[in-house]
Design a protein around this ligand. Structure first.
Ligand SMILES: [Zn+2]
Length: 236
């Protein structure tokens, strides 16, 4: 069992407005909006904890929220959902309490977390979305990228962050075409059951899924996630 109360406490200690968008199995799902200092910001969406047994994503989101983002807020507004699957987080399961993989359910109408996320996102369009994940079998990090204009940034991003830790050189095994070493295309054959493909189709010009190896220390995994985020934003 992991302690979700500690996550809630860290969120409450932030000097940021904290919205509870709904609860699942009595666990609140939070959403924070970091409003830009400019009138014409680009909208960015950051999500963690879609898979409950991948805690580095949640950690990365919490570290993002706790740091000073003043420079980024001159250009961007952020919508941030730190933990999409709190019951999975608590019980250390990939799936939610009902045994459902949320990341394969975005065309399902009855999966609570999916319904809650869709309602929270509403009609919002994002310039860029990042979804933090982990891989138990990987020896290094890798990325999935989808971009409507197909001008991929993933190869440059992977190169920029490999000082944090090595790129995984194994094939992703997920039936995804290579863009570059350690960067795979969000494949159209996946449909829109996954969060990132769903967002790419309906809500976002550009999506990246980061995957860190669970064997790395938590801090290194969180640093990699944030390194990818910051590098991607540097191109906007
Ligand atoms: Zn995952």
């Amino acid at each position: 069992m992991r302690d979700y109360v500690k996550i809630i406490d860290r969120l409450k200690r932030l000097d940021l407005p904290l919205n509870i968008i709904d609860t699942v199995n009595d666990y609140p799902i939070h959403l924070l909006r970091l409003e830009s200092l400019t009138d014409i910001p680009k909208n960015i969406l950051i999500t963690g904890g879609v898979h409950g047994d991948e805690p580095a994503g949640v950690e990365a989101v919490l570290q993002f929220l706790a740091r000073d983002n003043t420079e980024l807020l001159k250009r961007f507004s952020f919508t941030v959902i730190p933990c999409v699957n709190p019951s999975g987080y608590v019980h250390d399961t990939r799936e939610n309490r009902d045994g459902i993989d949320i990341n394969r359910s975005f065309e399902e109408e009855k999966v609570r977390e999916v319904v809650i996320l869709k309602r929270a996102i509403g009609q919002t369009q994002f310039s860029f979305t990042i979804d933090f994940h982990e891989d138990y079998e990987a020896t290094g990090f890798y990325l999935y990228e989808g971009k409507k204009d197909e001008k991929y940034l993933g190869p440059k991003i992977a190169n920029a962050v490999k000082s944090i830790g090595p790129i995984d050189t194994e094939d992703s095994g997920e039936d995804a075409p290579d863009i570059a070493e350690g960067v795979y295309k969000v494949a159209s054959k996946w449909g829109t059951q996954g969060l990132a493909p769903y967002l790419l189709h309906y809500h976002s010009e550009h999506v990246i899924i980061t995957e860190t190896p669970t064997t790395w220390p938590l801090e290194q995994r969180a640093a990699l996630h944030l390194g990818v985020l910051d590098t991607a934003l540097s191109y906007y």
